[in-house]
Ligand binder design. Structure first.
Ligand SMILES: Nc1nc2c(c(=O)[nH]1)N[C@H]1C(S)=C(S)[C@@H](COP(=O)(O)OP(=O)(O)OC[C@H]3O[C@@H](n4cnc5c(=O)[nH]c(N)nc54)[C@H](O)[C@@H]3O)O[C@H]1N2
Ligand SMILES: Nc1nc2c(c(=O)[nH]1)N[C@H]1C(S)=C(S)[C@@H](COP(=O)(O)OP(=O)(O)OC[C@H]3O[C@@H](n4cnc5c(=O)[nH]c(N)nc54)[C@H](O)[C@@H]3O)O[C@H]1N2
Ligand SMILES: [Mo]
Length: 765
């Protein structure tokens, strides 16, 4: 047995076994009944580590802004840390001096480490806010649409709604019918942003099913519930859930099955909203037959479903995929309207739930316990803020005005980009469009452990450590976990903390940035701060020795019992919601005041820019589901096992229904080409009847690998997706709204080059 060290990650806690500075085994944590396979990636030493600070040749030799079309193409020159830090700090000073802080974009979205000390973007924000500021972001790629709309109708932040959500222990006892829009993928529940605890979703679902809870998966993939438990599948054309929800409400209204007492007592705007549903206000009854033509679901099935939901204790769940789509805000609002009509909100096991099946901590019944981080100073009050997924427009369209959540702003002229802990050349939509926008800034700095597509497209790359190479502390829903250094970092890689401390030094801010502490000293400080708020916690040394702390209020199966909106139901006067009316709002005067055509003041069906049976489907007959990968976290460790073991014909697998494949002469294992007007990529065909006929599924995260025509050889779906905001309310990403065609790839099959290290040259004198 080698040395054992503990580690927390976004995909759960592990015990890392190392010998002679090598990881020899990755064990699931002793408390974890179902550890995620994703952590096995730590076993594999990678050729693709960034070993030394590296600078793009033309930038180094000719200066900022030179030959920016060569980003991602030309070789790098390795330099010393001193030189790299001087170049970066000098450039930051030049940009601040000549253009002001708004010219720097450092929104830096991404899922870097889950540790509280070594949180790459948080550290970057800390430093840059001390230096003068930067153009920042609001929202997430995960859930911007929900984050924007939920406060208007529930009067609370989306993430507090999740934290206050109904727990598994209640569902198991009380829920008869668990209706999920967007499935309950087990693999997605392996992961939680900021740290996943021990994995219990699978056990809860099995025991709920045994106790008589019936799971109904509404979505394009049968295996969105994939646990071998008995479940029902209702296929639906992607992007049309709102039509189904409205039709269910219509059926309840016409059958006089709406819970009148509930809507009168707890809902604001029911009458106006119901006039829209019946068609009184717009002439279009949202009937079952109306919805049938949009969703592809038989009208009788819709009618029966509505009645069934009203007769049984029904919990309506929304994943996140349904809102990562054009007008995605509406899915959350319309589902809540349906739950209002059913009148079970606040009752044990009934009502509304967000977002089971999207993260592993959902259903734990807890407002996440705070684990202190290194403090981030407030954002300078005049810093511009954009919705995170609009950053391509930001760098491409200086001076253009934008609307977002009731505000109007103007995109500043971005001259410099700084990214730590994210991979925009995986996560953003329409990557070839991003590729050309990316040429506009004069300087791009990226902090990365690996030669990802984004690191390759930088001017200055700072090599960073990964979590097994440093000490840290991290929280999860039921545990506090010590992250301990198992091995030394390769080459000259440094912690993000140390890199930014070096930059701080050039601004004479080292002392202020570090507060005189090493990163290891911060680990102890943060633990001690945690202990101030949690007096039951043992001394730091004892915590380190154990490697973790269990939160005493959580059961063995990681749950704290609660029912969403129970207090509100019990006494709406004493416990009103934070909305203007204190009730659930199905008509929002606040949203009405924005006068957004693409986000009316009540839940509504709005045509997406494309859909099966709607716009675009005459040319593009298949809907692309670019869901989360089961074998990795987004694009992380795509270049090693276990991700590489999932590839087909050396590329990301695309699942195709056998009938759709046969019509196109595609057989299992073929290299196929997916394409639409926005771009194309190759992928390896997997025939599977778990999909609807008109749907193909290509998960996110293959490393972007465009050939000279922009065709991605590795299979990243974001060459196909449309870069459009969900609506003016959230301006969230709409990646799940995407039509394509697929064909067998004929011709010489190109080699994938994304996983080759970049070229290096020595400096020309
Ligand atoms: N088509 C489509 N696109 C999508 C989605 C979709 O459903 N469909 N989903 C979207 C969603 S929900 C999300 S959250 C995004 C995810 O997008 P990202 O969060 O950008 O994806 P990751 O691959 O997790 O990128 C994290 C990067 O941080 C690096 N990193 C890890 N540890 C450290 C560290 O300690 N220091 C530093 N400096 N770097 C580190 C990793 O190597 C990796 O390159 O993708 C979005 N994109
Ligand atoms: N293993 C693993 N787990 C992860 C992640 C990961 O990278 N790897 N990423 C994490 C992150 S960042 C996030 S934000 C969450 C995302 O959580 P979600 O957004 O909920 O997950 P997705 O995988 O995008 O989609 C789940 C399912 O929704 C269905 N779906 C897609 N479009 C529609 C639609 O229009 N209607 C209906 N009814 N269903 C639809 C698809 O069949 C898909 O399989 O997952 C997290 N979990
Ligand atoms: Mo996400």
């Amino acid at each position: 047995m080698g040395k054992i060290t503990s580690l927390g990650t976004h995909f759960g806690p592990y015990l890392i076994e190392s010998e002679n500075n090598e990881v020899v085994a990755v064990h699931g944590h002793e408390l974890d009944p179902n550890p995620s396979g994703i952590g096995q990636a730590y076993l594999h030493r990678s050729e693709l580590r960034v070993l030394k600070p590296s600078v793009r040749r033309s930038w180094l030799e000719q200066g900022p802004g030179e030959r920016t079309d060569q980003r991602g193409r030309e070789p790098f020159v390795e330099v010393t840390w001193d030189e790299a830090v001087n170049l970066a700090s000098g450039e930051l000073k030049r940009i601040y001096g000549s253009f002001g802080p708004d010219a720097l974009f450092a929104g830096s979205y991404g899922w870097g480490s889950s540790g509280r000390v070594h949180a790459p973007s948080a550290l970057l924000f800390r430093l840059l806010r001390m230096c003068g500021g930067y153009t920042d972001v609001w929202g997430t790629y995960s859930s911007s649409a929900a984050e924007a709309i939920v406060p208007y109708f529930l009067g609370m932040r989306y993430h507090s709604a999740i934290g206050r959500g109904t727990s598994w222990s209640v569902i198991e006892k009380h829920t008869d019918l668990f209706v999920s829009f967007g499935g309950l993928r087990r693999s997605n529940t392996e992961v939680t942003y900021g740290g996943q605890g021990t994995h219990h979703t699978e056990d809860w679902m099995k025991s709920a099913a045994q106790n008589g809870t019936e799971f109904l998966n509404i979505g394009p993939l049968r295996d969105d519930i994939d646990l071998g438990i008995q479940s029902r599948w209702q296929p639906i054309k992607p992007g049309t859930d709102v039509a189904l929800m409205l039709a269910c409400i219509y059926v309840l209204i016409t059958n006089e099955s709406v819970d009148q007492e509930f809507v009168e007592k707890y809902v604001h705007g029911w009458d106006r909203f119901s006039r829209y549903v019946t068609g009184e206000s717009d002439g279009v009854p949202k009937s079952a037959s109306w919805a049938s033509s949009i969703t592809g679901i038989d009208a009788l099935v819709i009618e029966n479903l509505a009645i069934e939901m009203s007769r049984r204790r029904t919990l309506i769940n929304l994943g996140l995929s349904v809102q990562r789509a054009d007008h995605g805000e509406q899915s959350y609002w319309a589902a809540t309207a349906l739950a209002c009509a059913l009148g079970q909100i606040g009752r044990p096991g009934g009502g509304i739930a967000f977002p089971f099946g999207a993260q592993g901590n959902v259903g734990a019944g807890q407002v996440r316990k705070r684990v202190p981080g290194i403090p981030i100073p407030p954002r300078p009050s005049n810093s511009p803020v954009i919705s995170v997924s609009r950053f391509r427009e930001l760098i491409d369209q200086p001076g253009e005005t934008f609307n977002c959540n009731g505000e109007t702003g103007e995109f500043p002229d971005i001259k410099m980009v700084w990214w730590a802990g994210g991979n925009p050349f995986h996560h953003h939509q329409n990557l070839s469009q991003l590729e050309s926008a990316w040429q506009r800034p004069q300087t791009i700095i990226v902090q990365e452990p690996f030669w990802t597509p984004t690191a390759r497209r930088a001017d200055i790359v700072f090599p960073t450590t990964i979590p097994i190479e440093r000490n840290d502390i991290g929280g999860a829903e039921n545990l506090l976990i010590s992250h301990a250094r198992a091995v030394d970092p390769p080459g000259e890689a440094l912690d993000d903390y140390e890199i930014l401390a070096k930059v701080a030094e050039r601004f004479e801010l080292r002392e202020k940035f570090t507060e005189g502490r090493t990163a290891d000293e911060w680990v102890k400080v943060l633990y001690d701060l945690f202990r101030v708020e949690n007096d039951w916690a043992p001394k730091f040394e004892d915590f380190l020795e154990a490697g973790y702390l269990r939160y005493p209020e959580m059961s063995d199966m990681g749950v704290n019992e609660q029912v969403f909106l129970e207090e509100f139901r019990f006494d709406p006067r004493k416990n009103p919601l934070g909305t203007p009316s204190g009730k659930i709002e199905l008509w929002s005067e606040q949203i009405a005041a924005f006068e957004y055509e693409d986000c009316p003041p009540h839940p509504a069906w709005l045509e997406p820019y494309e859909r099966l049976g709607g716009a675009g489907s005459d040319r593009w007959p298949l809907h692309l589901i670019s869901n989360q990968p089961s074998v990795r976290l987004h694009s992380q460790y795509d270049h090693t096992q276990p991700s590489t073991g999932s590839k087909v014909a050396g590329r990301e697998p695309v699942r195709i229904h056998p009938d759709a494949a046969e019509a196109r002469g595609i057989v299992d294992g073929d290299v196929v080409r997916l394409f639409n007007d926005r771009g194309s990529c190759l992928a390896g065909a997997v025939l599977d009847n778990a999909l609807m006929h008109e749907v193909v599924q290509l998960s996110t995260g293959a490393w972007y690998d465009p050939d000279s025509n922009g065709m991605c050889r590795a299979g990243n779906p974001n060459v196909l997706t449309f870069d459009k905001g969900t609506s003016q309310l959230a301006q969230g990403p709409s990646s799940h709204t995407c039509l394509v065609e697929v064909e067998r790839f004929e011709g010489v099959i190109p080699r994938v080059e994304a996983y080759d290290p970049p070229e290096f040259v020595t400096r020309q004198q």
